[in-house]
Every structure is written in C-alpha cells, then in structure tokens.
Design a protein around this ligand. Structure first.
Ligand SMILES: Cc1cc2nc3c(=O)[nH]c(=O)nc-3n(C[C@H](O)[C@H](O)[C@H](O)COP(=O)(O)O)c2cc1C
Length: 274
C-alpha cells in the first residue's frame, strides 16, 4: 500500500500536467486561429468589408410584357459604368426577400430550401456610386436578408473569370459578372437525388429574373454555362460546398434589343398567313 504523501505527490504532478496541457492547448489554438484567419484572407486588401446596398426601389418604367419582349442575350457592352442602384436591383431580382414570415424570395425554391448563393465580380471603376466614386473592384457575396454585399477578394477578377469561361470576351467586357452557386446539400437533404434537378430549375429562375431586371433597366446580360467549375469557384473565392452554375455578365449594351406590341402582332399574323 502506497503512503499518503506518495499519493498526494502524484495528485500534485497530475494537476500540474493538466494545467500545462490546458495552457499549451490555449497557446496552440491561438496560433491555429491566426493561421486559419490568414488563410481565409490572404492579402491585406481582402478584409471582410461589408457594403449596405441602396434599398430596393420599384422605379423602372418598363412593363413586364415589354421586359419579356426585350429580354435578349446581349454580349456587347459600352465602356461605361452601371449605377450602384442598378447593381442593387440586379442582386435583389436574383434572391431578394419578398415575404417576411418565412423569408420567401423573388425566385421560387423547392420546399423553401434556398440552395443558391449569389456572388458578383465587380470590375474597377465599373459600378458608380451616387455623389461620386466607384464600388471597389472585387468579388462580393450577396446577403439577401440585409441586402448587402461582403467583399471576398479585393481585385479586378474579370480577366481571370473570362479565361476560366473559355475566353468568352463578354465576361471581360462586362461591368459586373453575377455568379450563381449551388449548395446542393440544402435541397438533396430533403429530396434526395431529385434535389439536384430542383437546384438546376432554381438556377434557371434566377437567370431569368436577372435577364428581366436587366431589360427593365435597359442593361444587357447573358447567362453563361460554359466555364471550368473549379477555376470559377477559386476565382470568386466561393466556399468548398458552393458550386458555380451560371456566370452572368451584365453591362450597358452597345445595342439594346427593343421590339413593341406591333412587331409581335405583325409577326404572328404573318405566321398565320394573314
Ligand atoms: C443553360 C444555358 C447556357 C448558356 N451558356 C452560354 C454560354 O456559355 N455563352 C453564351 O454566350 N451564351 C450562353 N447561353 C445563352 C444562349 O446562347 C442564348 O440564350 C441563345 O442564343 C438564345 O438567345 P436569347 O437568349 O437572346 O433568346 C446559354 C443559355 C442557357 C439557357
């Protein structure tokens, strides 16, 4: 049988070892946290800067029918900025919240699972702010609840994005590129395999909303499906589980596509042989 003092001594040593381990763990976690945060924000320009967007305004003068008629894929843009107000409305059209109990949005979503995340790649001097200046160039993530954007990367990424999009020049020439990403698990968790098709359908809804909003603002847009997924993901700084589905360049069109009711009627009557 061990003596009392031997047992006391052992307890004392165990206490010291325990305290040492806690202190070591604390120091280690401090450094790990530091390493992780350095990894997330690789350069000093990529602080998590959040910008509140101008509040949504129902101020376009275009009727829905006219916007539908004027929706066109437009790939040639002028070298002039779009306004921050227009930028705000484009993001709102993509995923803005329009119902305040459940947070339903401008686009329908299977079971309200909302699998889509919206990024915007903004070029340098491309989004003008009322009263002077421009939104800093970079990649931003949209927050639909606060209608705000948070900078993920702080550089003009259009050239890299164009290269990742099989060199489609309209990606480079656009003032902004909206990138729609899918977090599949949010929907497949509920619907299994069928969830994938729901996510693609939802992406289509977002694309059409952006097309119509762009038409209503007399801007030009085109949805792009041809790109290298991993490269786009990396360029915009998306999370591991966010998978790009659409890249959507938007700019001031060189030629706005416009037809009216008469043009439609004449075409249909001609098709009827009249
Ligand atoms: C799923 C999908 C993928 C597309 N991918 C591209 C693309 O990579 N590049 C492009 O210039 N246009 C792309 N488009 C746009 C089509 O070329 C365009 O919608 C078609 O020519 C019809 O023209 P409209 O949109 O003016 O009616 C895509 C359209 C869809 C629906």
């Amino acid at each position: 049988m061990k003596s009392n003092s031997a047992i006391k001594f052992r307890r004392h040593i165990l206490k010291l070892v325990g305290l040492g381990a806690i202190a070591f763990g604390g120091i280690l976690s401090f450094f790990i946290k530091d390493i992780l945060s350095t990894k997330t924000f690789p350069t000093p320009t990529t602080q998590l800067q959040t910008y509140m967007l101008p509040l949504p305004r129902f101020s376009s003068n275009m009727m829905l029918e006219k916007a539908l008629a004027c929706r066109r894929s437009i790939r040639e843009y002028l070298d002039v900025p779009i306004s921050l107000d227009a930028f705000s409305m484009l993001l709102w059209s993509a995923q803005g919240i329009t119902e305040f109990n459940y947070g339903f949005r401008t686009c329908p979503s299977a079971g309200g699972t909302y699998p889509l995340e919206v990024y915007a790649v903004v070029g340098k001097g491309c989004v003008s702010i009322d009263g002077g200046g421009y939104l800093p160039e970079g990649s931003y993530k949209y927050n639909c609840k606060t209608h705000s954007i948070t900078m993920v990367k702080g550089q003009d990424l259009r050239d890299a994005l164009a290269k990742a999009s099989l060199n489609q020049s309209w990606v480079r020439d656009a003032r902004i590129n909206i990138v729609i990403c899918a977090v599949y698990e949010r929907t497949t968790r509920v619907y299994g395999e069928r969830g994938y098709r729901y996510v693609y359908m939802e992406d289509g809804h977002v694309g059409q909303n952006i097309y119509l909003m762009a038409a209503a603002l007399k801007l030009g847009a085109v949805v792009i499906g041809a790109f290298y997924d991993d490269e786009v993901k990396n360029i915009i700084g998306a999370q591991d589980n966010e998978h790009p589905l659409y890249v959507i360049p938007v700019g001031v069109p060189k030629h706005f596509y416009e037809i009216d009711e008469d043009d439609l009627r004449k075409y249909i009557l001609r098709m009827r042989g009249l």
